[in-house]
Design a protein around this ligand. Structure first.
Ligand code: AMP
Length: 423
């Protein structure tokens, strides 16, 4: 089940791409047209049923808007990693069934293939205002190879292309990248909101702008730290990563999680910060314990006085107060990663206090706040403030890549389509 391979000629290696070319579907005449909508329906399926429909609900506004405007909505997605082989456990059939439930009053078809005769015949039967979910694009190896021939076959099924899968936009795959060059290409409502929010916080923020980057390890966020340090006015480093920065400043961190092989990286990031006028913010006091488990004895101690047999598991109250004070003076904050091992009480207190303060300042109109990443979203939800921030990204890998300065192939392709149309 594969199509002849020919890598798409339009690559994604550009240095500077003007994202203002990304066009929204707002105002586009889609009446009677076949609109190919790439979404991320990579959802958990349990016993043949969608176990979490969050991702489906998130793209409903785009799909409904197009259907209501009289489009024939042809939905493309991947699910799991079938790697070019048909496997029933990664079929999108249960997703189509769930979409039927979520869109009462709209006809939702399921078409058992996204390529070839079955796909063509299925799409030909879709009427204006109806929705069709095609089978998993990853059943064809051409998808992950960004194969132009495969993309052409997909393009034959539609007149217009819409990408509403920001969480997959960092993948140069055929239905995300190559296809966007073959039809007039637009951003769905969710993707547009994400590009706007990240653009507002990172490309052209209201200043002063501060980033807070936490999490376990420096090694997983080197690009993010290196990119942010040249763009932010302040960069607060939290979580286990802060320990490696403290070690780079020759501060003893006891038995804490430290990555000795990344001490040099931390030093380099601090040197870059100096030359680009970014202040690096590290904790001044910390919460320590001998073990990392619930109910253990813990104490607060100044950085520099961490007992040899204890590990740093959270920011201390003075460090949290320092962050809060700094937030009063900034207009934009970008946040990824917890300040401590927040899953285990009481080591979530720093992260939760930060979440509450960011939410409060945003509610009061004093702060533009953009947060993202699985753990950060989880922490915001624990405190119940996710809805108060300016924007919360659930895009995971794509969000982190954007923070690291990568040009996301899916977004670049949309920008190029817009730029071509403007010529
Ligand atoms: P990441 O996936 O890199 O964003 O890291 C998130 C994880 O970092 C969470 O599971 C936290 O428990 C963990 N973490 C945060 N602070 C610390 C710390 N001081 N020591 C060990 N783990 C930490």
């Amino acid at each position: 089940m594969s199509v002849a391979s020919s890598a798409a000629t339009e690559s994604v290696s550009e240095g500077s791409v003007d994202l203002s070319g990304v066009r929204s579907i707002d105002g586009v005449d889609v009446k009677g047209k076949r609109v190919l909508v790439r979404v991320d329906f990579n959802v958990p399926i349990e016993n043949g049923v969608v176990a979490d429909a969050t991702r489906l609900k998130r793209v409903l506004p785009t799909i409904s808007k197009l259907a209501e405007a009289g489009a024939k909505v042809i939905v493309l997605s991947h699910l799991g990693r079938p790697k070019g082989v048909i496997s029933p456990d990664t079929s999108l059939k249960p997703v189509a069934e769930k979409m039927r439930e979520l869109m009462p009053g709209t006809t939702v078809h399921f078409i058992g293939d996204c390529f070839g005769e079955e796909a063509r015949r299925g799409v030909a039967g879709v009427k204006p205002g109806e929705v069709a979910v095609l089978e998993n694009v990853r059943y064809y190896s051409g998808e992950e190879k960004n194969d132009r021939e495969f993309a052409k076959a997909l393009a034959e099924l539609g007149d217009i292309y819409v990408n509403d899968a920001f969480s997959a936009a960092h993948r140069a795959h055929a239905s995300i990248e190559a296809l966007a060059h073959l039809r007039p290409a637009y951003a769905g409502l969710q993707l547009m909101a994400e590009v706007d929010a990240l653009g507002r916080a990172l490309e052209n923020p209201a200043r002063p702008v501060m980033a807070i980057v936490g999490g376990a390890k420096v090694s997983t966020k080197i690009e993010v730290l290196t990119h942010l340090v040249t763009r932010m006015d302040q960069l607060a480093v939290g979580g286990g990563m802060a320990n490696t920065f403290l070690a780079a400043n020759s501060i003893d961190t006891g038995a804490s999680l430290v990555e000795p092989e990344f001490v040099a990286t931390a030093k380099d990031i601090m040197a870059r910060a100096k030359t680009s006028g970014c202040e690096i913010v590290l904790p001044t006091d910390v919460v320590v314990a001998k073990e990392f488990k619930p109910g253990v004895e813990w104490r607060i101690c100044p950085v520099g006085a961490v007992p040899a047999d204890t590990m740093i598991l959270d920011f201390g109250p003075a460090s949290v107060a320092d962050l809060k004070r700094r937030l009063q003076g900034v207009k934009t904050v970008l946040w990824n990663g917890p300040l401590g091992a927040f899953e285990t009480a009481p080591f979530g207190e720093g992260t939760f206090a930060l979440a509450r303060e960011v939410a409060r300042l945003t509610r009061e109109g004093k702060l533009v706040s953009v947060a993202g990443g699985g753990d950060t979203v989880r922490a915001l939800n624990i405190v119940g403030v996710a809805g108060d921030l300016t924007y919360v990204s659930t895009a995971g890998g794509a969000f982190l890549e954007w923070l690291g300065g990568a040009k996301l192939p899916g977004v670049v392709a949309l920008a190029k389509s817009g730029a071509r149309a403007a010529c």
